[in-house]
Design a protein around this ligand. Sequence first.
Ligand code: ADP
Ligand code: ZN
Length: 661
Amino acid sequence: MTKANSTLEILLPLALRHGYDYLPPPDILMPIRGQIVEVPLGRRREWGVVWGQGQGDVDPAKLKTIHAIADLPVLPVPLCQFIDWVADYTLAPRGMVLKMVFGTKAHLRTKKARKVFSAPRLKPDHITPTLNSAQQKATDALLALQRQQKFTVSLLDGVTGSGKTEVYMEAIAETLRRGEQALVLFPEIAMTTALVERFTARFGAKPILWHSDIGAAERYAAWHQILSGEASLIIGARSALFLPMPKLGLIVVDEEHEASYKQDESVTYHARDMAIVRAHLQKCQIILASATPSLETMINCQNGKYNHLQLPFRFGTATLPEIKLLDLRDKKMRATEFLSPELRANLIKTHAVGQQAMLFLNRRGYAPLTLCRHCGHRMRCQSCNSWLTLHQSKNKFLCHHCGYHEPAVTTCPACKQEGYMAASGPGVERLCEEVQSFMPAARLAMMTSDSMASPKAAKDLLEKMTAGDIDILIGTQMMAKGFHFPNLAFVGVVDADFALGGGDPRAAERMFQLLQQVSGRAGRAHIEGSVAIQTCQPQHKVMQALAKGDRDMFYAAELEERKQYRLPPFARLAALILSGADEVAVEKAARKIIAKAPKIEGLEILGPAPAPLSFRRGLHRWRILVISEKPLSSILQNWLSACPRPRQIDLHIDIDPYSFY
Ligand code: ADP
Ligand code: ZN
């Protein structure tokens, strides 16, 4: 008979807060924490990880025995600690965090099926660049920190095109020299192809690439090379943060300000913030790189918590583009036209001298709203309270919130009149049409999440742009993500007022970052760049800072305002979103939660109220916002565990929310 305390807790990659108890296999040395094992679960078998001593509360007669121990290295201790930390912080089930580490269970076949993979060896000094003095200074600082082998955070703060990548590659080289692993995170899969080439050139062999679009075989090989410690450089999207690197010695988070580092579904985590936690547990250096750092990072630099390394100039002879504001208020433009005469003239001039231009508008599709001019009917989604966006290229109306689509029509579905359906407002497709109308010979292309959907499509588009087969690129925020087009001279921003205001405390910051980054695409090599921004709010602090090239002025004003209104980074936020098919039940559940709210000094609770997007995917949504100066996780944990909910109501907990709809 086995004693209860000799059981082991096995964490499984399922939506469970804790693991289940199992008996260790007979005749085998006691497995240790982090060991990957296969256990019986109901009628099937499941891979899990030894997490610690069992709870000892299972009837010994019902205890099952671990089926097999995987012939794999043990998960590194700091990674196990990281899983615990992320689960506690985000209030996600621990098992769901483990699931991100496993990636897919296909990695964990039985030992016989597991092949041995060898990763190519990267050479830290394959080709070493000649750095300019600012780059050298930043590099020296990073190398000194890298040699300390302890937890440090550095912000590599350099204008667009200053050569940040070259600098952090030196820190990676140092990591490789020590035989440790380096991880580089990027916000956008589409960027990784170009970067793999750059890293390959610098280090003489290919790094490991990790994101959701990697094929199964490549993924399987990569995962095992990473866990065995053989893969020395891993570049990937946010999910790469959960890879099992036993010799992790450096993390780089490029474009650290990007909101796409926040995952909003399943485990809601911010990859930059969690990367800092992982570096802390790993006792290693982390480098955050950006031309427009987040306010969260800036305040930590000001407080002396992070090292602030600056690259104030573009590399080589390239200079930053001049930014001009075009006041739209006194322009007489037709309701079906969106480009002012100045913007048109700029496009024509750029094209005439054989240079490339970019037009930025953050709206996919043809028009954000279609209505009937006969009866006033508006095309709306059946499952969300939002308009349907007309996508002419697909000949469809599409809901951007739930993916619902229906065929585009010219007859009004309400009054059945033919020919009255009118598009209202611009999307990138409509801009293409407008540009083509006055520049019939120009070669246009669109750059949006639609046209960059697959890595192959993204690569083709980027190559065409670099090769000069495109004259004018028209796109959304996809264009703001660090791409390098040497012949791009002019950037036009069509509508710079869309995101200001609304309920998002970071709206102004994000607008500033977006426009600064889009602007930063111009004039990156040998030609001078210029930028024109159409706006109805030329006096707004974002527009003024952009026009004057005074980033620090904007950051100072924005930080002051956040402090005054007790918003991040001076306070912590959490959003509780309740959703369900029955609106009355949703409201009732939200009010029950409020009734149990703890009385803690400094804890502020807003709501409950219908969420800004109060109906989505067929579900009614109510929101509670919690604001506090102290960490919210344990407060919420205690509070919400005292609030049982009916099964039909879903509660989504979003710690540090970045979307506010
Ligand atoms: P950032 O990441 O700051 O936007 P990049 O690292 O992409 O800047 O550099 C911009 C351009 O300048 C790239 O084409 C890069 O190859 C080039 N560059 C930067 N630093 C150097 C260097 N020390 N030697 C040669 N080329 C460099
Ligand atoms: Zn919808």
